[in-house]
Ligand binder design. Structure first.
Ligand code: CO
Length: 297
């Protein structure tokens, strides 16, 4: 039993190490005038070159976008003087690392960037076997407010299980009355978001990210073929631009139009149009602390 756990934890560690390397390399490429698509493809290709697989599409969310933005096929958007969130997922045999950083190309939002980092560090400091998500949420909220910003209340950290990038429990970024106790060898992602807006996000516009809910029978040949392609991502999120282009519109519309096959992830935007920063690491809960898997050694 103990050996089996170590084998699994080692896969989480490998995913985390790949992620940390790719994240640092990608961070350096985020500059004014660079194509978002180039950075996203660099991230996803580098993950594969290093022996992992993307656990979800590279998220590049800017300014009031908090999450779920990823470039479309042939997207020609370039970075401006924005506050950029780079959120990356890597899996090795289904075992996931999830980590995000904020790059401030505006040069004016240092404290906002520090606020979410402080929230993450405050959480990491107290996580150990027996800690409650209530304590974690409180630590994150206090750290963000000390920097003069608000935590985003409807975005949370989460558990990670095999092929599930958003498993229970939800780990709030604010203090709640009730929560869940974390136990030794639980794997969780902590991801505080800070904002100068109202502290809430809502879905906005079209989605470029989807996941498979259930492979139901479809009649159209192209849709059937596309569904077979999508099955290889299991239930992990994928980008529309990852799919084969041949008759994609017809096939995709058929799948999207059949209830219960695909889940869409529209962009999440700050409801008060506030700027948003994010910091995230994946960690393994230990008896007396925690082991961050997505940090460079
Ligand atoms: Co996450």
């Amino acid at each position: 039993m103990g050996e089996e756990i170590e084998l699994v934890l080692d896969k989480y560690r490998t995913a985390g190490r790949i992620l940390a390397e790719v994240r640092e390399e990608a961070k350096a490429r985020i500059e004014e005038g660079v194509l978002l698509l180039d950075v996203a493809e660099f991230v996803e290709n580098s993950i594969r070159e290093k022996g992992g697989e993307p656990a979800f599409p590279c998220n590049i969310s800017r300014d009031e976008e908090a999450a779920h933005a990823t470039p479309a096929i042939d997207d020609n958007a370039v970075f401006g003087t924005e506050i950029v969130k780079l959120d990356i997922g890597v899996h090795v045999d289904g075992y996931i690392g999830d980590s995000a950083v904020t790059v401030d190309l505006s040069g004016k939002n240092d404290e906002l960037v520090k606020a979410s980092e402080a929230g993450l560090n405050a959480a990491i400091k107290i996580i150990r076997d027996g800690v409650s998500t209530v304590e974690i949420g409180e630590a994150i909220e206090n750290a963000i407010r000390e920097h003069g910003y608000k935590p985003i209340v409807n975005l949370t950290g989460h558990g990670l299980t095999r092929y599930d990038a958003h498993a229970a429990p939800a780990i709030p970024n604010v203090k709640h009355k009730t929560g869940v106790v974390l136990r030794e060898n639980d794997v969780v992602a902590i991801e505080p978001f800070a904002t100068d807006g109202v502290g809430k996000v809502a879905e906005h516009g079209n989605a470029e990210i989807y996941s498979l809910i259930k492979a139901k029978p479809v009649r159209i040949k192209e849709a059937k073929k596309l569904l077979e392609e999508i099955k290889k991502y299991q239930e992990l999120p994928f980008a529309k631009r990852w799919l084969p282009r041949e008759r994609l519109d017809l096939a995709f519309r058929t799948l999207e139009g059949t209830r219960g096959i695909l889940r869409a992830y529209p962009i999440l935007k700050e409801e008060g149009d506030g700027l948003v920063s994010q910091a995230e690491h994946t960690l393994i809960v230990k008896k007396d602390g925690c082991e961050v898997t997505t940090k460079l050694p």
